[in-house]
Design a protein around this ligand. Structure first.
Ligand code: HEC
Length: 304
């Protein structure tokens, strides 16, 4: 038996062991997560969108609900229409889909918060006798969908975010919603201050930090977002406001940035660069020439 074979056998033993270890590790679901409810009552429309998501992302492993045709993995993923899944709380299913375990992928970054609930609505459509518990948000603003508007109060140097619940085109202030605001930076987003919770009027106020650099006109691109996307979905509002300091630091992609266009470069860079390239080409040519010499000398030697 050679070394490669031993390595393969060791790898197989290790893999088998790690799969076995995954199988025996139970789900560990925090109680508050298990008690979580969906953000809204499930509707046939949600289930319909959830079905599309399911067919694209879940069928390959879990098979068709109720058909017991799952992939032969270790452990075999449950048929999601089965009584064992039906008896679990919405929060439990949500947690499992968001966080994954072993071969079950974590979907928190690949599916939107809304789509995860849509998939659960679809799975629930197979569970006869399932009664959905009251969604938690009904207590806050009538089970309606949340809408944000963002405003700059110039005199007070504050940003105001208004959160309203919209239901049948009627808007009601959404109290107790945690919000955060962000501004665009070169790389990603910068959170401005702490997150705030809306008051009884559905408003939250954020101080404008002093000396925040904007573009040349002092404009800032801002985004207000709901923090608890699990409950409310990816709700946000954005706008451009003259609330920052004018800054003449050009963006990395702007033409004025250092040397990123030829005409901005100092003369010695313009000269040194082509000379460097020539030197490299010259060196390679020289080496090739030497190789050719060695080769033809070798040929001469073998002819003699
Ligand atoms: C790559 C294969 C794979 C994909 C894709 C996959 N799952 Fe899973 N799923 C698994 C496996 C394996 C388990 C069992 C995990 C364990 O217990 O260690 C599992 C477990 C689950 C459970 C818990 C089942 C129970 O009996 O408690 C739920 C719920 C679930 N998956 C939902 C989904 C949903 C919804 C999707 C699509 C968005 C999905 N899964 C996509 C492999 C997959």
């Amino acid at each position: 038996m050679n070394r490669i074979n031993i390595l393969i056998i060791l790898a197989a033993i290790f893999l088998n062991f790690s799969l076995w270890a995954q199988e025996t590790k139970p789900w560990d679901i925090p109680e508050d997560q298990a008690n979580k409810t969906a953000p809204a009552m499930f509707t046939p429309d949600m289930a319909k969108v959830g079905k599309d998501v399911y067919l694209k992302t879940c069928t390959s492993c879990h098979g068709d609900p109720g058909k017991n045709n799952q992939a032969k993995l270790n452990p075999v993923p449950s048929d999601l229409a089965s009584p064992g899944v039906a008896s679990q709380s919405d929060g439990t299913l949500h947690y499992k889909i968001v966080h994954g375990k072993g071969l079950m992928p974590a979907f928190k970054n690949t599916l939107s918060a809304t789509d995860i609930w849509n998939v659960i609505a679809y799975i629930r459509s197979f569970h006869t006798g399932y009664v959905q518990p009251e969604p938690r948000v009904i207590k806050t603003f009538g089970g309606s969908s949340l809408k944000l508007t963002l405003e700059f109060l110039k005199d007070e140097l504050k940003f105001k975010v208004l959160a309203v619940g919209v239901k049948d085109e009627i808007e009601t202030p959404a109290e107790g919603v945690e919000l955060a605001i962000f501004t665009n930076r070169y790389f990603g987003k910068l959170k401005l201050g702490e997150s705030k919770t809306t008051n009884a009027q559905g408003e939250a106020f954020f101080d404008v930090p002093e000396g925040l650099p904007g573009n040349e006109k002092g404009e800032l691109t801002l985004q207000a977002k709901v923090v608890d996307t699990d409950t409310y979905g990816d709700v946000m509002a954005s706008g451009v406001f003259a609330a920052g300091e004018p800054s003449n630091k050009p963006g990395l992609t702007e033409k004025r940035a250092m040397w990123n266009v030829g005409s901005k470069a100092p003369w010695w860079i313009s000269l040194a660069y082509p000379l460097g390239v020539l030197a490299v080409i010259g060196t390679i040519g020289y080496i090739l020439l030497l190789l050719k010499k060695v080769y033809s000398q070798g040929n001469d030697a073998s002819e003699n």
